[in-house]
Design a protein around this ligand. Structure first.
Ligand SMILES: Nc1nc2c(c(=O)[nH]1)N[C@H]1C(S)=C(S)[C@@H](COP(=O)(O)O)O[C@H]1N2
Ligand SMILES: [Mo]
Length: 529
């Protein structure tokens, strides 16, 4: 029998009018999203209390970082630069809320299915948290507590919703409505307060930041001498030493690892005569010296800014390796960070007497900034960061390229990667207006371990003109260059190329950053008015 009803007749409660049904589903989605927020907020709070490294967003985000294909990583860096991490965290958070809203709708339709989905998400988040390299034994707790709290809010909120909207004819409906609204708004508020509070609290009480500020490093036994004329001092030109706050940052760490120097240990093992373990003070006792080295990222595009120079304070890696005595046959050192990142560096680059590979503890006159590897990182002149500059260093394993692979090797980058000779135009820039008249074209050029011999500039496709070079600090740091130019009104093309001290000309052919660094001469366009 069909149920034909007169207009205005109440439909059966199980089959409400489409508009009301849609509104109910939307409310279920909202309840789900709020429960998802509770999941994340409670987990952040629990992480602050028991296991800081185990924030589910960070753990899941880190998992994503480790598994995304190379093109996705490159795209993210290209689109968001140093904000790529922020973007990733925001995406993981947004995806979690969308999934939670779906769980709310499922829960409305089929009881316990939404809760089950929260359970699955909880298990996944626990798995992501406990498998991080720096996970503590309590790492399972924050995601587990978050999932439990979220699931509880979800099931209660959705059953209230069901009683209010679906069994709407009953007299208790008003009570259920009130309860639903109170529960969801209180839970939403609680989630935001817990989540934001925990994040702020975590930043404010990071004890390692306080330890770092209080740390006084011993004075270096030898100081760097910077020759007169090392700094050309041209407006718009990169300074010889890149201030720490402007120094590029590239790593896979979504949350900056915090290591208390008092607890820091470095182990040296693998193909060695004697396994060595050092604490922070043991390292300092080996004696600190000052070094100037230009660090470069393999992801630096032609003309890019993933390059910087610092005065590093540190201990030669060869001194530490000598204590362990590498065995014949070894050709690589796999350096490991507390967060699981590894780099493969040719043993020879670390033991050679004429290359200043160091374990650095200081950067530009202060302890290493937390983001740059506090308390100890490697710095090796002439090798891209991903094969040498391990931050938050905890272990050196003497091994072979045949036996071990570093983090980026199976992800599409070469196991060995010397930095390619390159040059960059800093000023004038395409995005800055330039007035006609005498000006300077200026930039930097680097050829670590060899040194820059010559830089040439080409204006509007004309003859290559030799630029003036700053006095080099050493072979391992960039030099500044400049060329006087009488700029005339109109559009101009500028190009730069360098030659190293061995007479090798910078590669003209454009190649992409993968697998071992970009090549090509930089060209810019400027409009002069
Ligand atoms: N622990 C750790 N160390 C790391 C990385 C990383 O992802 N994790 N990235 C490397 C890369 S790719 C580069 S280019 C340099 C960058 O160092 P910076 O961030 O201090 O400039 O660090 C290297 N050391
Ligand atoms: Mo890098």
């Amino acid at each position: 029998m069909t149920t034909k009803k007169a207009p205005g007749n109440d439909r059966p409660a199980r089959n409400p009018p489409p508009k009301k049904r849609a509104a109910t589903i939307a409310l279920a989605a909202l309840a789900g999203a709020v429960a998802g927020g509770v999941f994340l907020g409670v987990a952040e709070l629990a992480a602050l209390l028991v296991a800081r490294e185990a924030s589910p967003i960070v753990a899941v985000g880190s998992f994503v970082v480790d598994v995304v294909p190379r093109w996705a990583k490159e795209l993210a860096i290209q689109l968001f630069g140093s904000d790529d991490k922020l973007f990733l965290v925001a995406s993981v958070g947004a995806a979690a809320l969308v999934a939670a809203a779906l769980a709310g709708m499922l829960e409305l339709r089929w009881r316990w299915t939404g809760v089950a989905l929260f359970g699955v998400a909880g298990v996944a988040a626990v798995a992501a948290a406990v498998t991080r390299a720096d996970a503590s034994p309590a790492a399972f707790l924050p995601p587990a507590a978050g999932a439990a709290a979220g699931a509880a809010v979800l099931t209660v909120a959705v059953s209230l919703l069901r009683r209010w909207r679906v069994a709407g004819a009953e007299p208790s409906s008003g009570v259920d409505r009130r309860r639903f609204l109170v529960l969801t708004s209180a839970a939403a508020l609680g989630a935001v307060v817990a989540g934001v509070g925990a994040r702020l609290g975590s930043a404010a009480t990071s004890s390692v930041a306080a330890v770092r500020s209080a740390l006084r490093l011993p004075a270096p036994a030898s100081r760097l001498t910077v020759p007169a004329g090392a700094e050309l001092g041209i407006p718009g030109l990169s300074p010889l030493f890149t201030p720490n706050r402007d120094f590029y940052r590239v790593d896979t760490a979504l949350a900056v690892p915090s290591i208390d120097p008092a607890a820091w240990r470095l182990t040296v093992d693998g193909m060695v005569e004697k396994r060595v373990e050092l604490g922070f003070d043991d390292l300092l006792r080996l004696g600190l010296d000052e070094y100037a080295v230009t660090l470069t990222c393999v992801s630096n595009e032609v003309g890019g800014n993933l390059v910087g120079t610092a005065r590093w304070l540190g201990v030669p890696v060869r001194d530490v390796l000598a204590m362990a005595r590498p065995r014949p046959g070894a050709d690589m050192v796999l350096s490991r960070s507390i967060d699981g990142f590894t780099a493969s560096t040719p043993l020879e680059a670390l033991t050679s007497a004429d290359r200043d590979a160091i374990l650095a503890v200081g950067m530009n006159g202060e302890p290493l900034p937390l983001e740059h590897g506090f308390p100890v990182r490697m710095v090796v002149p002439g090798l891209y960061g991903y094969v040498s500059a391990t931050k938050w260093l905890t272990a050196l394993k003497v091994t072979t390229f045949a036996a071990d692979q570093a983090y980026w090797t199976p992800r599409g980058y070469s196991a060995k990667a010397p930095i390619k000779l390159s040059s960059r135009i800093d000023t004038p820039r395409v995005d800055r207006p330039l007035a006609a008249g005498p000006t300077k074209i200026a930039g930097v050029a680097w050829a670590q371990t060899v040194g820059i011999g010559r830089v040439e500039v080409q204006i509007d496709g004309g003859d290559w003109q030799e630029a003036e070079l700053s006095a080099p600090v050493n072979r391992d740091t960039w030099v500044q260059w400049s060329l006087d130019w009488d700029a005339t009104a109109g559009s101009h093309t500028l190009a730069v190329r360098a030659t190293d001290r061995a007479g090798r000309l910078q590669e003209q052919k454009r190649t992409p950053i993968a697998p071992n660094g970009s090549t090509g001469w930089q060209q810019t366009f400027v409009r002069v008015s």
